[in-house]
Design a protein around this ligand. Structure first.
Ligand SMILES: O=c1ccn([C@@H]2O[C@H](COP(=O)(O)O)[C@@H](O)[C@H]2O)c(=O)[nH]1
Length: 234
């Protein structure tokens, strides 16, 4: 059986060199990699290709949010690049998500997983109120995740705190990708809705997105290994 690493390391670096230096030390059978806005803007598709050549599954985390025509074309461009997973913002709405899903149909079984961001893990109730959403983060996540599932997407980005309820509401096949993962000793930084790696998997997360606790550690490899040890037996 092929390995299915649950850890996605967020390569939030300012250069291709820095990202590749870390990638050289990592094992594609033990983690996947995430390329986000900073690294992609600086290093582009070539960097994604270089990581894939080294055997890594790449989650292209560009969180597309635009009109249906533009977003679905961007998702198709990500599929052409051969990424494992790509995402849009669920708040782009039903028509946008349907257009993206339909556009990926022509890629057949090789298409990337298509997921949608619900409520950023850096946001709490006050931040939602600031953009006019009076509901709790849990209620807003549940609303957007239900819309995402009904549009036929493969899963959502949410915090692990919402995972138990979403797994019950939306079923075990609907993937939950959870950033805001913090080992007990790690700084929270700008994240608000956090959980430890072990608790997150036990709560129902399918994939744990971990950035700074690994990439900013004095010894990133040791930090990743510590997370693996925390997950032993799960
Ligand atoms: O709701 C979201 C969506 C995406 N992210 C991304 O995940 C990583 C988390 O990095 P840390 O350093 O572990 O905080 C980062 O690339 C974000 O862009 C998120 O945090 N929350």
């Amino acid at each position: 059986m092929s390995p299915n690493p649950k850890i996605i390391v967020a390569l939030d670096f300012p250069s291709a060199t820095a990202a590749l230096d870390l990638a050289e030390t990592l094992d594609p059978e033990k983690c996947r990699l995430k390329v986000g806005k900073e690294l992609f803007t600086r290093a582009g598709p070539q960097l994604v290709e270089a990581l894939q050549k080294r055997g890594f599954d790449v989650f292209l985390d560009l969180k597309f949010h635009d009109i249906p025509n533009t977003t679905s074309a961007a998702v198709a461009a990500a599929a052409d690049l051969g990424v494992w997973m790509v995402n849009v913002h669920a708040s782009g709405g039903e028509k946008m998500m349907l257009a993206c899903r339909e556009r990926l149909e022509s890629f057949g079984a090789d298409r990337p997983l298509l997921i949608a961001v619900t409520v950023l893990t850096s946001m709490g109730a006050e931040d939602l109120a600031g953009i006019g959403v009076q509901d709790s983060p849990e209620a807003q996540v549940s609303r957007l995740a239900t819309l995402t599932r009904n549009c036929g997407l493969d899963g959502v980005v949410c915090s692990a705190q919402e995972a138990p309820e979403l797994k019950t509401e939306l079923g075990s096949d609907f993937r939950l990708i959870t950033p805001g993962i913090r080992p007990l000793s790690a700084d929270k930084g700008d994240q608000q809705r956090i959980m430890t790696p072990r608790d997150a998997l036990m709560a129902g997360s399918d994939y744990l997105v971990i950035g700074r606790p690994i990439t900013r550690a004095d010894d990133p490899l040791a930090a990743l290994e510590a997370v693996h040890e925390e997950l032993v037996g799960l």
